[in-house]
Write a protein that binds this ligand. Structure first.
Ligand code: G6P
Length: 611
C-alpha cells in the first residue's frame, strides 16, 4: 500500500508533492511525510492525514526544486511520527520513501545492528536505507551502484524513491511488485505510484517495469535493469483528464462515483455491443476465441468488492455460456495448492490491477500453465501487464476507497464476457442475444432512474443510522449484491453487516433477528420472488425491520415490508447492475449521518499492495 510521489525540475517541489499526496491518499492515510533539498536536506513527517502534515509544515522552510513525499498505510510499525516515511540513513545523507514490504528485513536488520547501525523506527523501509548506506561505506561504490547492489539483496516488493543530501540533481526510483510511473516533462521529471499526481503537468509517462531502476536528473533519465543492463524506456501518452480526479461539486468522491454509473457503464459497453446484430465484440480477448470455445472451466480470482463481481460473473457465465466457473479469494487460492492445468482459464478481477494477493494468485496460475485474463480498471497497472489478454472496465479513476462504479463496471464486463463466450460456443440463440443486448443497452438509463430514489433512500437511512447490526439477503445473482451491500455499509459506516443467501438465513442468522434488526432484501420480480417473500415473512414474524429493493410496480412485497425502494424492471441477468445502486446510496447516507469519513474509512486503503 502507501502512495509515493517525487519531483525534480525547476518548479517548487513542495506544492507538487503535497498535491500529489492528496491525490494518492486513497492508498493509505495513516501518516505522511516529505523530503526536500534546498541548500540542505529537510525531512518533515507526521502521523495523520496529509492535511496534518501541511499544518505541521506551515512556517517551516519548504523550498527546493527536488522533493518527494509519502502517504502511509501501516504494515510494519504502528502509525506514528517516527514510523512515517521518509526514513533516513544513519549519517542522514540518504532518505527513502517506500511502498511495499521488504520481507527479509529482520535478517538484514540483525546484521546491521551487529555492525552498530541504530534504527529510529520499527519499519522495514528504514532497514533498506541503512543497507544502502552500509554498502556505500563498505565498498565505496557510488550511490547508483550501492542502490542496485542493495536491491539485489532484498526479498519482497517495493517501489522506492531515494534522495541524497549531497546530490541536488538526482532522484533514484526503482520498482518490483509495487507500481511506479515516471512523468516526463521538459527539464523536469515526476515519479508517483500512479499517474494522478502527474497528469496536470505532463501526459508523457513511462511505467517502470519490475526490477528496473531509474536514475533521474533534471535533464537526463537513465533506466537500468537490476542486473545493470540499460533499458530503453517506452513513453506513452496518458488518457486521463484532470476533471476526473476532482469532486465536481459533490460532497464526496463516493457520491460522485455513484452518480457517474450511468456514464461509466455506458463507457464500459461502448464499441463492445451491437444490439441489433446480436453481437458482442471484446477486442482484448479476441485472440482467445478458440480457447473459449473449448474451455471446460474458468477460475475467477479477486479480493473484496471485485470478488463479489466475480460471483455475479459465475452466475452469468454458467447460465449463458454453460462453462463451469469457480470463484476464489485470491488470498486463499494462492496458498492452498490449487489444481490448475493448461486447459484452465483464470480471470483476475481487480479495480486497481495492483492487489498483491490477486497478483500472486495470477502468477501461480501462470506458472501452472493456465491462460490468464484480467478485468481491471487502471490502465497499465501490474495485472494487465502480466496477463495474456483482458478487458478494461473503463470506469475512470475511482477515488473513494469504497468501490462503487468500479463494481458495476466489472459486472458489466462479466455480463459482456458471458454473452461473448456464449456467442462463441453457440449456447445462446441469436434472437435471445438481440433481446438481451437490447435490454443491456438500456441499463445506463435505468441506472439513472434507480438513482432517483436518492432522497427516499436518505429518509430510510435516517431511520437506521443508529443500528448496530444489519443483514442483507438475496438469492441467485442478487446474493453477491447482498454481500456487496453489506460490505459497503460496514466499511464506511462501521455498522456490523452481513450478506447471506436469503434461504441460508434459517440456518443461523435468523437467531439474530429481533425488533432492532434491519434486514435488507433484494426482492425483485424474478425467479425466486415467491421464495424471498417467504423469507421476508420469516423476518417479519420475528419483528425484524424489512427494507426491500423491489421492481417498480410491486404489490406483494410492498404489503409486508416496512420500507421499499423501487428499481426499474429489467431481465434477471441485469438485476445486480440496478439493485446495487440503492444499497450504495443507503451505505453512503448512513455513513454521512454518523459523521464517518466516507471517502477514507478507517484502517482501509483502496489499493492493497501487501499480503
Ligand atoms: C481493497 C479496497 C476494495 C477493493 C479490494 C480489491 O480492500 O478497499 O474496495 O474491492 O481492495 O481491490 P482491487 O483493486 O483488486 O479490485
Amino acid at each position: 500500500m502507501c502512495g509515493i510521489v517525487g519531483y525534480i525540475g525547476y518548479r517548487d517541489a513542495y506544492p507538487i508533492v503535497i498535491k500529489g499526496l492528496h491525490r494518492l491518499e486513497y492508498r493509505g492515510y495513516d501518516s505522511s511525510g516529505v523530503a526536500l533539498i534546498d541548500k540542505d536536506l529537510k525531512v518533515y513527517k507526521k502521523a495523520g492525514k496529509v492535511a496534518d502534515l501541511e499544518k505541521f509544515a506551515e512556517g517551516l522552510n519548504t523550498k527546493g526544486t527536488i522533493g518527494m513525499g509519502h502517504t502511509r498505510w501501516a504494515t510494519h510499525g504502528a502509525p506514528s511520527d517516527r514510523n512515517s516515511h521518509p526514513h533516513s540513513s544513519g549519517n542522514r545523507k540518504l532518505t527513502i520513501i517506500h511502498n511495499g514490504i521488504i520481507e527479509n528485513y529482520a535478517t538484514i536488520k540483525e546484521a546491521l545492528l551487529a555492525k552498530g547501525h541504530i534504527f529510529l523506527s520499527d519499519t522495514d523501509t528504514e532497514v533498506l536505507v541503512h543497507l544502502i548506506e552500509d554498502i556505500q561505506q563498505e565498498t565505496r561504490l557510488d550511490l547508483r551502484e550501492a542502490v542496485r547492489v542493495a536491491l539485489n539483496k532484498v526479498i519482497g516488493a517495493y517501489a522506492i524513491v531515494i534522495m541524497c543530501a549531497d546530490d541536488h540533481d538526482q532522484l533514484i526510483a526503482a520498482r518490483k511488485g509495487s507500481p511506479m510511473v515516471i512523468g516526463v516533462g521538459k527539464g523536469e521529471y515526476f515519479v508517483a505510484s500512479d499517474a494522478t499526481p502527474i497528469v496536470e503537468f505532463t501526459k508523457n509517462v513511462i511505467y517502470l517495469n519490475d526490477n528496473e531502476i531509474a536514475y533521474i536528473r533534471r535533464e537526463d533519465l537513465l533506466i537500468k535493469n537490476i542486473d545493470n543492463t540499460v533499458q530503453t524506456p517506452y513513453i506513452q501518452e496518458l488518457d486521463l483528464k484532470l476533471e476526473m480526479l476532482e469532486k465536481g461539486g459533490y460532497e464526496h468522491f463516493m457520491l460522485k462515483e455513484i452518480y457517474e454509473q450511468p456514464r461509466s457503464i455506458r463507457d464500459c459497453m461502448r464499441g463492445r455491443i451491437y444490439p441489433q446484430l446480436g453481437k458482442v465484440q471484446l477486442g482484448g480477448i479476441k485472440e482467445y476465441v478458440e480457447k473459449l470455445k473449448n474451455i471446460d472451466r474458468i477460475i475467477i480470482i479477486a479480493c473484496g468488492t471485485s470478488w463479489h463481481a466475480g460471483l455475479v460473473g459465475e452466475y452469468l457465465i454458467e447460465e449463458y455460456a454453460r462453462v463451469s466457473v469457480e470463484v476464489e479469494y485470491a488470498s486463499e487460492f494462492r496458498y492452498r495448492n490449487p489444481i490448475i492445468t493448461e486447459k484452465d482459464l483464470v480471470i483476475a478481477i481487480s479495480q486497481s490491477g495492483e492487489t498483491a494477493d490477486t497478483m500472486a494468485a495470477l502468477e501461480l496460475a501462470k506458472e501452472k500453465g493456465a491462460t490468464i485474463f484480467g478485468i481491471c480498471n487502471v490502465v497499465g497497472a501490474s495485472i494487465p501487464r502480466i496477463t495474456d489478454a483482458g478487458v478494461y472496465t473503463h470506469a475512470g479513476p475511482e477515488i473513494g476507497v469504497a468501490s462503487t462504479k468500479a463494481f458495476t463496471a466489472q459486472v458489466t464486463v462479466l455480463t459482456l464476457m458471458a454473452f461473448y463466450i456464449a456467442q462463441q460456443r453457440g449456447t445462446i440463440t441469436q434472437s435471445k442475444l438481440v433481446e438481451y443486448l437490447t435490454e443491456l443497452n438500456q441499463i445506463p438509463e435505468l441506472v439513472e432512474r434507480a438513482l432517483q430514489s436518492n432522497e427516499h433512500v436518505k429518509e430510510i437511512a435516517a431511520k437506521f443510522k443508529d443500528s448496530t447490526n444489519c443483514l442483507f439477503l438475496g438469492r441467485g445473482n442478487a446474493f453477491p449484491v447482498a454481500l456487496e451491500g453489506a460490505l459497503k455499509l460496514k466499511e464506511i459506516s462501521y455498522i456490523h453487516a452481513e450478506g447471506y443467501p436469503a434461504a441460508e438465513m434459517k440456518h443461523g442468522p435468523i437467531a439474530l433477528i429481533d425488533d432492532e434488526m434491519p434486514v435488507v432484501f433484494i426482492a425483485t420480480h424474478h425467479s425466486s420472488y415467491e421464495k424471498v417473500i417467504s423469507n421476508i415473512q420469516e423476518v417479519k414474524a420475528r419483528k425484524g425491520h424489512v427494507i426491500a429493493i423491489v421492481t417498480e410496480g410491486d404489490v406483494d412485497v410492498k404489503a409486508m415490508a416496512d420500507y421499499v425502494i423501487e428499481i426499474p424492471q429489467t431481465a434477471e441477468a441485469f438485476v445486480p447492475l440496478l439493485a446495487t445502486i440503492p444499497l450504495q446510496l443507503l451505505a453512503y447516507h448512513i455513513a454521512v449521518m454518523r459523521g464517518c469519513n466516507v471517502d477514507q474509512p478507517r484502517n482501509l486503503a483502496k489499493s492493497v499492495t501487501v499480503e
